[in-house]
Design a protein around this ligand. Structure first.
Ligand SMILES: N[C@@H](CCC[C@H](N)C(=O)O)C(=O)O
Length: 265
């Protein structure tokens, strides 16, 4: 198999981007896992495949895959990277809907991540529960940004010790991304996210959006909040006018390459 790819990163959350609009690429599960592997393949936190859009108003269809081969409905950092790669502020078609992108006055890339889903069945949870205080130790809040998130406001240190078990808790039938936030001020948090299907990453864009949404719902945060993760900063605004979440931050092309290997490790 032979195809070209771009390696990109946003806050150190890194991606292999394959443009399947202009070259043949079949997303075979075992091969996706190999490509994401840092020893056997190129290595990345998520694999991103660009396809022709099938919705009016979209410029490109974007699919996100975790290193375990699972497909995710949203990926904030990769969305900014695709917007940077394509240029001209494209509208991205994702499982979370049509996501318009923009260039901020300071040159950072922004993506309108759409409106969060707040109901227990939409996240989804396995059964009815208060999404502001899930029945788990530490009572995290939950929402969907197109992918399931739970946020603990108990400090950022527990991501590695508690994340793996919580990702697989029976309360989350599709598993979940688990965020751990420390509130520094109403407009600033420190966040670490144990990502579903990927583990601890330097930053999670959708996790930052979810943390701010959940913090605002709990009355802990302002609607515009700076989020510091291990890889750096995002600015998140949960816009009152339409309920959409705007995420702004860096996005960088690292290198381009050509895969000439086999389909299996
Ligand atoms: N790194 C991402 C989220 C990637 C998907 C996630 N692991 C999931 O399975 O939902 C981001 O920046 O949002």
């Amino acid at each position: 198999m032979c195809f070209r790819f771009q390696k990109m990163q946003g806050l150190g959350n890194d991606f292999v981007v394959i443009d399947a609009r202009n070259q043949a690429f079949a997303p075979i599960l075992n091969f996706l896992v190999t490509l994401c592997d840092r020893r056997l393949g190129v290595g990345c936190d998520q694999l991103v495949i660009l396809e022709p859009p099938d919705l009016p108003g979209a410029d490109v269809k974007v699919r996100f895959f975790n290193p375990d081969g699972s497909e995710a409905g949203a990926c904030g950092n990769a969305s900014r990277c695709v917007a940077r790669l394509l240029g001209n502020a494209p509208v991205l078609q994702t499982q979370a809907g049509l996501l318009p992108s923009f260039v901020a006055p300071d040159g950072r890339i922004g993506v309108d991540m759409g409106a969060p889903k707040l109901g227990w069945a939409e996240i989804p949870l396995a059964h009815e529960a208060d999404t502001l205080a899930l029945p788990l130790p530490g009572a995290p809040a939950a929402c969907s940004m197109g992918n399931p998130h739970a946020t603990f406001f108990t400090g950022a240190d527990e991501a590695v010790s508690r994340g793996p078990a919580l990702e697989h808790d029976p309360l989350f039938p599709e598993r979940a991304n688990i965020g751990f936030a420390h509130i520094r001020a109403r407009d600033e948090i420190r966040l670490r996210v144990w990502e579903r299907g990927a583990g601890l990453t330097p930053a999670c864009g959708s996790g930052a959006c979810a943390a701010v949404v959940n913090g605002v719902r709990l009355g802990l945060l302002d609607r515009t909040c700076r989020v510091e993760m291990d890889g750096g900063w995002l600015t998140i605004t949960w816009r009152e006018a339409d309920g959409h979440v705007l995420m702004t931050g860096p996005a960088t092309l690292v290198f381009e390459g050509e895969w000439r290997g086999g389909e299996h490790a």
